[in-house]
Design a protein around this ligand. Structure first.
Ligand code: ZN
Length: 147
């Protein structure tokens, strides 16, 4: 998978994230694009109005079994734990059999932070940094709110 293609697909994920920006409560609006093992888009999602479901959950639901061995592009670190119970996105990505995760920046929120470590511990290839500057602008207020 080329860097150019990674950037293009992350750009698509940012496009999704912008759709609900400002409408997701205290949660950041995240975009997620999932490719199957052959590189076809099989799922997409954006954080729901009010903050849930999370983008990854929506994209994984759409992708179903096609996510196995595929790649997930996420505009922010997938969450490590959920503040209100339920499976976190990092656990769901792992259970779906995702082979690779590309994300732009780490999530500084104490509950969400560590999702990438979860994924790496599960043997999933994780790359951080694609679209970092776009994410830093998009999530400026969210990052500032955490301090
Ligand atoms: Zn999540």
């Amino acid at each position: 998978m080329s860097k150019r293609r990674d950037r293009r697909l992350m750009g698509r994920a940012f496009g999704l994230a912008r759709l609900n920006q400002g409408m997701t409560g205290v949660n950041p609006s995240v975009g997620c694009v999932i490719l199957d093992a052959d590189g076809h888009i099989v799922g997409e999602g954006v954080t729901g109005i009010g903050g849930r479901p999370h983008a990854e959950e929506i994209a994984l639901d759409i992708a179903g079994g096609a996510a196995k061995g595929g790649t997930a592009y996420v505009t922010l670190e997938p969450c490590r734990e959920r503040s209100q119970g339920g499976k976190s996105c990092s656990v769901k990505l792992k259970e779906a059999g995702i082979g690779r995760v590309v994300c732009s920046v780490l999530d500084p929120h104490p509950v969400a932070n560590g999702g990438i470590l979860n994924l790496r511990n599960a043997g999933i290839r994780v790359e951080v940094g694609t679209g970092r500057h776009v994410a830093e602008r998009l999530y400026k207020a969210f990052f500032a709110s955490i301090g």
